[in-house]
Design a protein. Sequence first.
Length: 134
Amino acid sequence: MTSINSFSRLFLHTAFMTGNAPIDNTIMIRYLNICNRAMASNRERFPFKQIFDAAQRHECGKVIEVNIIGAAQPLSYAMTLDHEGLHVKPHDACEDCQCDKKWDITYDYLQKVMRAPEHYIQNPAMLDWGWVSE
């Protein structure tokens, strides 16, 4: 599993082209980077400490298939959580897919978060943590 930082360094400036609209294939990587920063910055705050601890207990090591809905072309990733944070790789790199569950998130929402990342880092309740309970 590639960490967000090394993966984003490799692909940060890569975009797929569909018609005239560029599709940002790094949007999930950048979103998880924001989630990781939010977890690190709010690790000891109530209720985030309890939420993050629950995520570590229940989701650590599981592979979650992430599908980005509403993008001009299908975008799918395999996401995991470990003691260092969230990690992602392209879902097509997942040999004989054995994902533990699926989680859908919209492209529009991801773009909204990208426009104000610090706001979401300071207010982690506004991030979509749906993968923890689905």
